[in-house]
Design a protein around this ligand. Structure first.
Ligand code: RP5
Length: 171
């Protein structure tokens, strides 16, 4: 099925990515925020291909009510750092796994920010996208008791789902 991903009317977390091709990774951030009932939106915003869109998005993010931004990009992944340059909001960077260098280029591009403009950098790929959402939720939960309870419950369900002993995989 195709169709534009639907947004919450009053998002608290913005998920941005450099390309449509990043959505396969970044959708895991969106799904995790949905599971925690955190209002969010998703946008394609490229540091290189749509620099004006990035500046507009990041400069207006706080006044639109966003409280955190999750930015995913691959290769020469300047999106999280440039986004952080334009906004005082916490920016969480997700290195998308590239074909050429398996995301090590993305990781190093995002993590090596100069002192003064921070980007909280997560793991390469799906794990980073999920954890960026959990970290954004934890930041918001500092001032939202309901979300703090939902986050506790999410972690408790995860713990309960871990089997004590391994099973043989199906043939
Ligand atoms: C980056 O270039 C994007 O974040 C993406 O990970 C990568 C490749 O983009 P496409 O060529 O698939 O659009 O800007």
């Amino acid at each position: 099925m195709t169709g534009r991903v639907s947004d919450h009317p009053s998002p608290l977390v913005g998920i941005i990515m450099g390309s449509q091709s990043d959505w396969a990774t970044m959708r895991h951030a969106a799904e995790t925020l949905s599971a925690l009932d955190v209002a969010h939106e998703a946008r394609i915003v490229s540091a290189h291909r749509t620099p004006d869109r990035l500046a507009e998005y990041a400069k207006t993010a706080r006044e639109r009510g966003l409280q955190a931004i999750i930015a995913g990009a691959g290769g020469a992944a300047h999106l999280p750092g440039m986004c952080a340059a334009w906004t005082p909001l916490p920016v969480l960077g997700v290195p998308v796994e590239s074909h050429a260098l398996r995301g090590q280029d993305s990781l190093l591009s995002i993590v090596q920010m100069p002192a003064g403009i921070p980007v909280g950098t997560l793991a390469i790929g799906r794990a980073g996208a999920v954890n960026a959402a959990l970290l954004a939720a934890a930041i918001l939960a500092l001032h939202d008791a309901g979300l703090a309870s939902r986050l506790d419950a999410w972690r408790a369900r995860q713990t309960e789902a871990v089997a004590v002993a391994p099973v043989e995989p199906a043939e």
